[in-house]
Design a protein around this ligand. Structure first.
Ligand code: DGL
Length: 265
C-alpha cells in the first residue's frame, strides 16, 4: 500500500513556492500540503519573540491536522529564528531554509557577496555564524527588504510591478560600503527567487543569484529515501491561516504549482 502522508511546507505567504518547485521536480508524486500563514504576514518586520512564539505553535496545529511525514520551513525568517524550537517540539524530520551563503562564497570571484533577506533575517546571529564559517574571506553586505517581499506577493497575485521598484531594492544592497564589488547575491528570503528574473533585469551589472531551494529539495529527497509514494501525482492543497480575497486571488498561481485546492486552517 502506498504511503499518502504529505510533505508539509510552511511560509508566511507564497515564498515557499520557490522551495516547493524544486522539491516537486525531484519527488513528482509526493503529496503536498502548502501552508501560508497570511494572517501573520509579513514575518520579516516582526520581532524575534513574535516569530518564536508563532511558528512552533502554528506548526503544531498543522502537524496535528495533516500528519505529514516531513516538514519544510520554507521561510528563512522563521528558520533562522525558530528552527531549533520547532525541532525540539515536534517529533518528525524538520528541514529549515537558511541563507545560501556557503554556495555563494564558493562562487564569488570578487570575494564580495550580498545577502538579500528580510529585516529580521539579516540581523540574525545565525547569519553571522554562516558568514564566519563559510565566507570568512569575503565581504558580506546585507540588506533587509520588506518591499521585495511585497513585490513578490503582488507579482504572484497577477499584478505586474515596475522595474524601478526592483532597481530601488538592489540600490539598497549595492549602494552600501563594499557593495560595488558584489558579484553574487544570496536570495535569503524564499519570496525572492520567485522574482529573480526581475532582479537580474534591474541590476546595473551582471550579478549571479543563489538560493537554498535546490539544496533543500535534495535534502528532502535524501531524508525520505526508501519511503513509499503514491504511484501517480495527487492534487496538492494550499492552506491559509486567513482565507480571504487575497488568498483566493492566488489560486491560478497555486494551481501552477500543483496546489489544486485552497482551504482555511
Ligand atoms: N518568505 C519569508 C522568508 O523566507 C519571509 C517573508 C515575510 O516577511 O513574511 O524569510
Amino acid at each position: 500500500m502506498s504511503d499518502a502522508r504529505p510533505i508539509l511546507f510552511l511560509d508566511s505567504g507564497v515564498g515557499g513556492l520557490s522551495v516547493l518547485a524544486p522539491t516537486r521536480a525531484l519527488l513528482p508524486t509526493a503529496p503536498i500540503v502548502y501552508a501560508a500563514d497570511n494572517a501573520g504576514f509579513p514575518y520579516g518586520t516582526k520581532s524575534e519573540a513574535e516569530i518564536a512564539a508563532r511558528v512552533p505553535a502554528l506548526l503544531g496545529r498543522l502537524v496535528e491536522r495533516y500528519r505529514p511525514r516531513l516538514v519544510v520551513i520554507a521561510c528563512n525568517t522563521a528558520s533562522t529564528i525558530a528552527l531549533a524550537a520547532v525541532r525540539a517540539a515536534l517529533d518528525l524530520p524538520i528541514v529549515g531554509t537558511v541563507p545560501a551563503i556557503k554556495p555563494a562564497a564558493a562562487m564569488s570571484v570578487t570575494r564580495a557577496i550580498g545577502v538579500l533577506g528580510t529585516e529580521a533575517t539579516v540581523r540574525q546571529p545565525y547569519v553571522d555564524d554562516l558568514a564566519a564559517r563559510f565566507a570568512a574571506d569575503c565581504v558580506v553586505v546585507r540588506h533587509g527588504s520588506a518591499a521585495l517581499v511585497a513585490l513578490a506577493e503582488a507579482e504572484l497575485a497577477g499584478e505586474r510591478q515596475p522595474d524601478e521598484a526592483y532597481r530601488a531594492v538592489l540600490a539598497g544592497l549595492l549602494g552600501q560600503p563594499g557593495g560595488e564589488a558584489i558579484d553574487v547575491v544570496v536570495n535569503a528570503c524564499t519570496h525572492f527567487p520567485l522574482v529573480a528574473d526581475r532582479l537580474a533585469a534591474a541590476a546595473p551589472r551582471p550579478l549571479a543569484f543563489v538560493d537554498g531551494g535546490p539544496g533543500i529539495a535534495r535534502r528532502v529527497a535524501t531524508l525520505t529515501e526508501g519511503q513509499d509514494w503514491p504511484a501517480e501525482a495527487v492534487a496538492g492543497r494550499a492552506v491559509f491561516t486567513r482565507l480571504d480575497e487575497g488568498a483566493r486571488r492566488l489560486a491560478p498561481t497555486l494551481a501552477q504549482y500543483g496546489l489544486a485546492t485552497i482551504e482555511a486552517l
